[in-house]
Design a protein around this ligand. Structure first.
Ligand SMILES: Cc1cc2nc3c(=O)[nH]c(=O)nc-3n(C[C@H](O)[C@H](O)[C@H](O)COP(=O)(O)OP(=O)(O)OC[C@H]3O[C@@H](n4cnc5c(N)ncnc54)[C@H](O)[C@@H]3O)c2cc1C
Length: 449
């Protein structure tokens, strides 16, 4: 990089999370001059790692998957090691105080899902087999591409109707609790359908993966190749005579031909001038779940090594949505130790987000015996806590439709482009793809002018 000589338009990206970095990386590769403004002293946003006492604690995004093809490309370009987690993971769901295995690897494993009544297991099996055979375009990382018939309905209505109310509670709600930190009613059915379809599609690899130096490694390496201005908080973006004015906290301002806004939507609402009224229809209508991630150090023998993601449906516990076992990532924990990453349901997160870490830990420790049968709470030691007001966008059917409309008709109006996971691009891979898409649109628009 860059592959060709720089072209003259001045382009800014506001926000150095993975969406903003992907946008800047794409533009730089194509020979454009681009500067990234990031309020923190590091890049990556919700993709970051706390390194302490021999633990790499990924308190935001925690896992990649083998089919994160865009992020994999960056890793390869930048020489970042990308590896699968330990083989033989077991995923579990809590029902009636007991953990039950969850696996859709084979018809037999589906029929063994003891957290569902047998009739529901049969229906689920039939539905999954039909889904496997169905031919439709799926792309979990760009929900704008979902077929209309799938995104127009919420997950609760869909699962109740297609399978069984218990599948709604113990599969759909459990899934959204740990993957999105909110309830199943707040997400389009299409997201879960796309997830399952992807896992069952030949050629799609969904093995969980990670970067051994922590999730912050890819954004950190990307930022090293880019012009990133750290500790530079943008406070206003507004149109100015055919260009875009960007104002900073410092009181200074700069003018650009094109600006890509890659903060969360919640920040965007505060810094985008009201003249951008169509952008604001997206930004102000985006809702987020909140969560708190609690890293807990335990002896490795306290949690069986193969237990990976542990789903805690809201019906079972209204405080903790689930937990992962960082021991599954070789190198992330010191010898003989595990790190449990515990995620809170959004209501509890909102209640405790302003509390001191130790108070949060002491309160949540009381819940451990209910959700984590193997662990003696006296042996749990706090590693660190990450707090997320805006953890995940809620991909409701209405949200998907609004973003599709914006992308078709208003992306780039008055030289401002939106990127970020809330632009129908779930998780780190989806967010990075929204950045690439916005950059490509910028290039297309510049070539037309
Ligand atoms: C607890 C948790 C667990 C997750 N687990 C996973 C997982 O396992 N796998 C996965 O793929 N995804 C996971 N995700 C989701 C993933 O982290 C996000 O989807 C993705 O990182 C979003 O990237 P983004 O660039 O859109 O936004 P962000 O990462 O939020 O980036 C926005 C950037 O803008 C900056 N900024 C904000 N305001 C300003 C301003 N005024 N001026 C300048 N800069 C500003 C911020 O500092 C930040 O760097 C998880 C998220 C959370 C919270």
């Amino acid at each position: 990089m860059p592959k060709s000589t720089p072209k003259t338009p001045k382009i800014a990206v506001v926000g150095g999370g993975i969406a903003g970095l992907a946008a800047a990386y794409e533009l730089t590769e194509q020979g454009y001059q681009v500067v990234v403004f990031e309020q923190e002293s590091f890049a990556g946003g919700r993709m970051r790692t706390v390194k302490r006492d021999g633990f790499n604690f990924d308190g935001g995004a925690s896992f990649l998957a083998a089919n994160y093809y865009n992020l994999k490309r960056y890793a390869q370009d930048l020489g970042v090691e990308w590896v699968a987690t330990r083989p033989g993971s077991i995923h579990r769901v809590l029902r009636d105080g007991k953990m039950h295995e969850l696996s859709i690897a084979s018809p037999l494993s589906i029929l063994r899902m003891s957290f569902l009544p047998f009739s529901a297991r049969l229906k689920l099996l039939g539905w999954l087999l039909a889904l496997k055979l169905k031919r439709f375009k799926i792309n979990l990382f760009d929900l704008s591409e979902l077929p209309d018939s799938l995104f127009g309905i919420d997950l609760v209505t869909y699962m109740d109707e297609k399978i069984h109310p218990d599948a709604t509670t113990y599969l759909a709600d459990a899934f959204t609790s740990i993957m999105q930190f909110h309830r199943a009613k707040d997400i389009t059915a299409g997201a879960l359908v796309a997830y399952f379809k992807m896992m069952m599609t030949k050629g799609e690899e969904f093995a969980l993966s990670y970067t051994p130096r922590g999730m912050g490694e890819i954004p950190t390496r990307m930022a090293e190749k880019l012009d990133v201005r750290y500790k530079t908080r943008v406070k206003l973006i507004r149109p100015a005579r055919g260009r875009v004015e960007v104002q900073f906290d410092s009181g200074k301002k700069q003018f650009f031909d094109k600006v890509i806004l890659a903060t969360t939507a919640a920040v965007g609402v505060k810094i985008v001038d009201p003249v951008y009224k169509d952008h604001l229809k997206i930004l102000s209508n985006t809702e987020y779940s909140s969560t708190v991630t609690i890293g807990i150090e335990v002896d490795q023998k306290e949690i069986p090594a193969q237990y990976h993601l542990n789903y805690v449906p809201y019906k079972e516990n209204q405080r903790i949505g689930g937990y992962g076992n960082e021991y599954r990532k070789p190198g992330a924990t010191p010898p003989g130790k595990s790190l449990i990453s515990l995620y809170l349901h959004e209501e509890t997160a909102v209640e405790v987000l302003d509390w001191p870490d130790i108070k949060i830990f002491e309160k949540l420790k009381l819940e451990l015996p209910f959700i984590f049968p193997e662990l003696d709470p006296k042996k749990a030691k706090l590693h660190s806590i990450q707090k997320w007001w805006e953890a995940m966008p809620k991909f409701t059917p209405e949200h998907i439709i609004r973003v599709k409309w914006f992308q078709r008709t208003h992306q780039g109006d008055k030289n401002l482009y939106l990127a970020g996971d809330y632009m129908n691009g779930p998780w780190t891979e989806g967010a990075s793809r929204t950045g690439v898409k916005a950059a490509q649109q910028v290039i297309e628009d510049l070539s037309r002018n």
